[in-house]
Design a protein around this ligand. Sequence first.
Ligand code: SAM
Length: 334
Amino acid sequence: MASTTHTNGPIAPTPKPATTSDPASSDLFTLQLIPNKGKGLVAACSIHPGTLLISETPLFAIGSSATERDLATHVRSLPKESQRAFLSLHNSRAGKGDPFSNIVRTNAYPLGPGSDIGGIFPLIARINHSCRPNAQHAWNAKLSRETVYSVRPIAAGDEITLSYSSGGPSIERRKALKEMFGFECACEVCSLPAEDLRVSDERLRKAQLLDEAIGNPKRVMMNPENALADCRELLRLYRDEQIADLRIPRLYYDAFQICAMHADRARAKVFAQKSREARILCEGEDSVEGKVMMGFAVNPAGFENFGTTKKWRTDEVPVGLDADDFEKWLWKEK
Ligand SMILES: C[S@@+](CC[C@H](N)C(=O)[O-])C[C@H]1O[C@@H](n2cnc3c(N)ncnc32)[C@H](O)[C@@H]1O
């Protein structure tokens, strides 16, 4: 769901013939009523990280410039079963404005990062938000399917959750969720006792600041030691906060770029490999980004900014270090 709010624009061609034959549930989960959240998916057994939970084709896809009329015409042209599936989805703005547009706004997921086409996936649309999600969704363009993988161990009876929105402390997250999606977040983090929430907020505020600092290209160029130390600290904060979604492969990719820019081939290889592994956990073995990272792990010099400076020039990954010493080497810790 996340960032799509499609009220206007042509209907995009549905990537592959829409199907309603995807299972409404699976051996892994059941659809249940969840206190304060409407319906949601609950694990029926214990699930390992990296398990494919759902792979679903869209009922239809819609471009961001579709008008309400375009949408209505399109919905009415769908088979009756698909119309029913669409109309049964949650409308977070019931009674306000056009119901079809509202259902799209409540439930559509973009077909890939930054895409202005949103897809309606009837089963994935039942997954509620958590600020500490245990699953990750992704558009797989090769399969023309949206996938959902578990990213943390999920116990039988736990709710399966995705993140609809960005991080930051709870006051900012709750405001964004209310504004964008019209609900008061009742996730496990936002429902923590006050002292635990304060600790979580402190971590996520720090994480937000570190993430901004790491994204500063001038600093990566002039002060890579600090930028890499920030990546290390951010990873610790995410671990303490049990964040295991796409933020992890992105963080390793940041570390890769810092090392590659300064000709540190050895560390760049290791970080590209870590990014690939974390990406595959979230998106599966056929992840396109995972393949790109595999390429960089084999040949970091394939990165366009490789060796902008020769400051950290290294070639070989050290052998024979124990795990702690290897981590120290990797993060350039004394
Ligand atoms: C995409 S739907 C998710 C499935 C929905 N619960 C249902 O019954 O179909 C999004 C809606 O679910 C509810 N929701 C999702 N995550 C929530 C959360 N963390 N806290 C409270 N409500 C939530 C909100 O009503 C939100 O508008």
